[in-house]
Ligand binder design. Structure first.
Ligand code: SF4
Length: 511
């Protein structure tokens, strides 16, 4: 009997930017007596389902974007006699769909860290439960990832997790509902042990793949103090203190390491936190800007963000503290107009952001936007090939609309075209080269150009078109760029690296 862990994907690039951490976490949660699981990340290459044998247990993690491919893999695995188990955000939200469409034997709702061992036992005994309600495990119970199973030369960035959950409540995001609003942190020692292990294996670039690396803002602390709620204040201070402790420990890591994370814009009000991030070599952060207008921010319940010149100034603050920003913008909000695209591109330049992504508003299950859209939008009531549009992920890709919301003034095609033009403008060679001048060496600047082009190729060109020929061409180009980029990211393994950042010859087992 073999255990398979599958990250489904329609498109394979041969190289991926960030390790899908959950695969290696569930590998870590797989009891040793079942042997090493087969870890199959289809963003690298498709899984050969003919290798699956009767009695194997196949765990498939799905989000809405890859649910359809996941169901395909699951049906094939079941036809070969395997036990099929789904987990992940989408399966948590739609367990019955995974059973009906994906032919699941079992579905895990919530975190798999603790329950996965029991699921395997039950499958092997031929008595899996239909649904395992695993809930949210405490930070101290997060499973450790099996990084020894990670192929060294196929990912640009490794990933660790320092906090699950986010106290905000953005209308387009499901994280705060699925992972909860209370931050859950693993012990700092556990995080550092993983980071040291990854550097020992040659990974210099590590994503702190958190929902929100800045879970307690100064505003949150002030609000708790104002409410005279000492217990709440102490809890928030403890979370914040742990993030600072982690940052201090990261700063002792080898000088060639680079970290990247995801934070809210409020961190710009917190110079002590930004300075600690810089000292820890967190050189980049994804910041959800979403909209450059007040109306747009209201549309997504993100009133804590700023707009206009104040927004540009706030984004510049990150850069002044040495934290470069990957700004994320959403197009297609009800208040967006044709001029919004130009204004967004101009603001991204004015604010000096290093990377940007421009996504079209899509109502994802589990979000407030989705509930509202499902209830109110005439589009949600339509069907395509007998499938309701409110289950758009089940509609064949070639017939699936890019944007599922009816916009008050723009057509779907206009939003798609203007979004593509904004990507083209931001990632034009002249503009990338101008941004590359933040780096001193020519080699560094060339690497920056390559990475910028790769980013655009992977995330813009494959996501915004319904033309499968164009998608395949973009995927091929991304594959070439990814191969070129790979070498820039890896370092020589450091098998003797210790937890405190020192190097002790012969003190550590070779990676
Ligand atoms: S978008 Fe970011 S800040 Fe908003 S709820 Fe989701 S994780 Fe939190």
């Amino acid at each position: 009997m073999r255990v398979y862990l599958v990250n489904p994907s329609q498109i394979s690039f041969g190289t991926a930017v960030i390790t899908p951490r959950w695969l290696y976490v569930l590998a870590g949660a797989t009891p040793a007596h079942w042997g090493d699981p087969v870890v199959a990340d289809e963003t690298l290459q498709p899984l050969d389902t003919d290798l699956i044998e009767p009695g194997d247990v196949v765990g498939i993690g799905i989000h809405t974007g890859n649910a359809s491919r996941g169901y395909d893999v699951g049906r094939r695995a079941r036809a070969r006699g395997a036990s099929v188990v789904y987990g992940g955000i989408h399966a948590t939200l739609y367990p019955e769909e995974a059973i009906e469409v994906g032919q699941a034997h079992a579905v895990v709702k919530g975190d798999g860290d603790v329950v996965w061992a029991q699921v395997i036992e039950d499958c092997v005994a031929g008595k899996p439960q239909r649904v395992y309600d695993a809930g949210r495990v405490a930070g101290r119970s997060f499973a450790r990832a099996r990084w020894d199973l990670l192929p060294r030369d196929q990912y640009l960035w490794a990933s660790v997790q320092t906090v699950r959950g986010c106290p905000k409540h953005c209308s387009f995001c499901s994280v705060w509902r699925t992972d909860g609003q209370e931050p859950r942190q693993p012990a700092v020692d556990d995080v550092m042990e993983e980071i040291v292990e990854l550097r020992r294996r040659g990974f210099r670039f590590i994503a702190l793949a958190d929902d929100n690396f800045y879970p307690v803002s100064l505003t949150d602390l002030a609000a708790a103090a104002r409410k005279s709620d000492p217990a709440r204040l102490r809890a928030l201070e403890a979370v914040r203190a742990q993030q600072f402790e982690l940052l201090e420990r990261l700063s002792a890591m080898p000088a060639d390491m680079v970290f990247f994370t995801q934070i809210t814009m409020e961190a710009a009000e917190d110079p002590a936190f930004l300075d600690a991030m810089h000292k820890a070599r967190i050189r980049g952060a994804l910041v959800g800007v979403e909209s450059v207008t007040d109306e747009g921010l209201k549309d997504v319940y993100k009133g804590f963000n700023l707009s206009g010149d104040a927004l540009a100034e706030r984004l510049q603050t990150f850069k002044r503290h040495g934290v470069y920003v990957l700004a994320s913008f959403i197009f297609g909000l009800p208040s967006d107009r044709a001029a919004t695209f130009e204004a967004t591109a101009a603001l991204a330049e004015q604010a000096g952001v290093t990377f940007a992504q421009f996504v079209t508003l899509t109502p994802f299950p589990g979000t407030i936007d989705f509930q509202r859209w499902e209830r109110e939008s005439p589009v949600a009531k339509q069907t395509v090939d007998g499938i309701p549009s409110s289950r758009y992920w089940l509609i064949p890709r070639s017939k699936r609309p890019i944007l599922n919301t009816a916009h008050p003034t723009m057509s779907e095609e206009e939003i798609r075209r203007r979004t593509q033009e904004t990507w083209d403008r931001f990632y034009g060679l002249r503009r990338i080269w101008a941004r590359a001048h933040m780096l001193n060496s020519i080699r560094g600047r060339l690497a920056f150009v390559l990475i910028s082009k790769l980013y655009r190729q992977m995330y813009a060109n494959t996501g915004l078109t319904t033309d499968s020929g164009r998608t395949q061409r973009s995927a091929r180009m991304a594959r070439v760029l990814a191969r070129l980029c790979r070498r820039l990211f890896l370092g020589a393994p450091m098998p003797e690296l210790q937890l405190d950042g020192s190097i002790r010859p012969g003190a550590a087992k070779a990676a």
